[in-house]
Design a protein around this ligand. Structure first.
Ligand code: FRU
Length: 507
């Protein structure tokens, strides 16, 4: 009898304890300190560049550089998630994993690259109509030491769920240790595939063409130009609409490399010009560096392939982190996030066409209550605020407690928008983290309009409808912080704030 009671109580506890555990897990899911509520993060481990951004049959795919085995860089593989709205992501199993190379006895990591839809089966690898193809850098190494990089291909006939590596890989090999990050797209006017890759240490983008994705012929080279303070990585080439000029587009070549604050950090730059199917010609052949973002935490951004024509947007996602301190940021069990997806366009400025970036409109669906005030205590929110430029300096303080604050402010006399995270909380994990970011922004009708997204430890600022952006981490240590506005020599501005829902719980 006693045995029977014990047996039943074990059974009951088993059922109860299990369900209690599941509820607890659910309740705590994506609730750790610093865990963003609406920016993409992997459940655990290290992530860097977004890879293979492609839209296919109702799903936005996000592949990403991922270490399945640890919270710093290593064993690079392609992690995978899908979303119907660019916000709510479903985690899927790792798509492509580092593999031992039986031919050379070394190991091959899956570095950054593209995913595309081979709609007409130009590769002959699709069963039936189209299939998904990944073209990535195969990084051959021995015990972590890089030996060779070439471009390889994998294909999936079930919408990216399972993959086969092409058995005649690599598809492009120039026998170089550094040659990477292929971005491939369909070039409609000449009915062919075009690939942009980089030779990082020579600051060169190389263009190739192919009819079948398997055999590639070199077209041209671009660079060095602009910022050459850091090696070039992750190039992308795409047409962008010009605001106020319906139907008119210009080509944009964006890539990762140097940062506006010099060689200590990495950042992104861009060139506007023409692409004729063979080469890219910048509008200004002496182009000084134009940077994509002026924060420290926006890198390796690429745009989506295959967005339906009726949608027509060009959407970029970037990696929220910086190689300088990235592996030390105090977030565990995950490390790194992806930016809010950004819609890109161009605008005519005094000195040529300039990049405009705005958050995708889908993000409005996360809004809950709205308040209008000059003080609040939200930590995952969207804020709209207009700064009057008649005071010396004015702005907004985020994550503000007795000793901590992250300031977004505008200095009227030199037209500088800045983000100051020197006292933002935990800044000691790396000596280069505490910093002020600055960007020149010209007022429109005497005002600087800011659209700010805060998300536990991430801040993304869009100024004057996308003229300039700043993406930065901040790690406040005190939990009871506030948001408040200030003005030196004027009245403190008032903001409109929406609390944003988490995309990870109560889906
Ligand atoms: C950019 C990068 C790429 C490379 C990948 C490796 O952040 O260095 O050039 O493919 O990361 O993880």
């Amino acid at each position: 009898m006693q045995k029977l009671i014990l047996y039943f109580s074990v059974l009951i506890c088993f059922a109860n304890c299990q369900s209690k555990k599941t509820t607890e897990n659910k309740m705590n899911y994506y609730q750790e300190k610093y865990r963003p509520a609406y920016h993409f993060t992997p459940e655990k481990n290290w992530m860097n560049d977004p890879n293979g951004l492609v839209y296919y049959e109702g799903e936005y795919h996000l592949f990403y550089q991922y270490n399945p085995y640890g919270s710093t860089w290593g064993h690079m593989s392609w992690g995978h998630a899908v979303s119907k709205d660019l916000l709510h992501w479903e985690h899927l199993p790792v798509a492509l994993e580092e593999y031992p190379d039986p031919l050379i006895g070394d190991s091959t990591m899956i570095f950054s690259g593209t995913a595309l839809i081979d709609q007409n089966n130009t590769s002959g690898l699709c069963e039936g109509k189209g299939c998904m193809i990944a073209i990535y850098t195969s990084h051959v190494h021995k015990n972590g030491e890089g030996k060779m990089q070439h471009q390889s291909l994998a294909f999936s006939n079930d919408k990216g769920r399972t993959w086969k590596r092409y058995d005649k890989n690599p598809i492009l090999d120039i026998k170089r240790k550094d040659f990477r990050d292929p971005k491939v797209f369909w070039y409609e006017p000449q009915q062919k595939w075009v690939m942009a890759t980089v030779i990082p240490d020579l600051f060169k983008v190389r263009f190739y063409e192919s009819k079948n994705l398997l055999e590639w012929k070199q077209l041209s080279e671009f660079g060095p130009l602009g910022d050459t303070t850091r090696i070039w990585e992750c190039p992308d080439l795409y047409p962008l609409p010009i605001e106020g000029n319906p139907g008119k587009t210009k080509w944009m070549l964006s890539l990762s490399g140097g940062h506006p604050q010099g060689p200590k950090f990495v950042g992104m730059q861009y060139f506007v010009g023409q692409f004729d199917g063979t080469s890219f010609t910048p509008d200004d052949p002496k182009q000084a560096a134009l940077h994509v973002d002026h924060g420290k935490d926006f890198y390796a951004g690429i745009v989506y392939n295959n967005i339906p024509k009726q949608d027509g947007r060009t959407i970029m996602i970037g990696w929220i982190n910086n190689w300088t301190y990235g592996k030390q940021i105090p977030t565990l069990p995950w490390r790194s996030a992806m930016s809010i997806p950004r819609r890109l366009s161009l605008k005519e400025a005094d000195n040529g066409l300039r990049l405009i970036q705005n958050p995708v409109k889908e993000i409005e669906s996360l809004r809950t209550e709205m308040l209008t005030d000059s003080i609040s205590s939200e930590s995952s929110a969207e804020i709209e605020i207009e700064l009057n430029t008649d005071s010396d300096e004015t702005g907004i303080k985020l994550f503000k407690s007795e000793l901590e604050e992250t300031i977004i402010g505008y200095r009227s006399k030199d037209h500088i928008l800045f983000l100051d995270r020197r006292k933002s909380g935990n800044v000691n994990f790396n000596p280069d983290f505490a910093s002020i970011e600055e960007v020149n922004v010209i007022p429109v009708d005497g005002k600087i309009k800011l659209h700010i997204f805060i998300d536990q430890s991430i801040i993304e600022v869009f100024a004057n409808d996308g003229d300039a952006t700043i993406a930065d981490y901040a790690f406040p240590e005190k939990a009871d912080y506030k948001i408040e506005t200030y003005s030196k020599g004027g009245k403190s501005p008032v903001f409109k704030l929406w609390k944003l829902k988490s995309v990870w719980i109560n889906k």
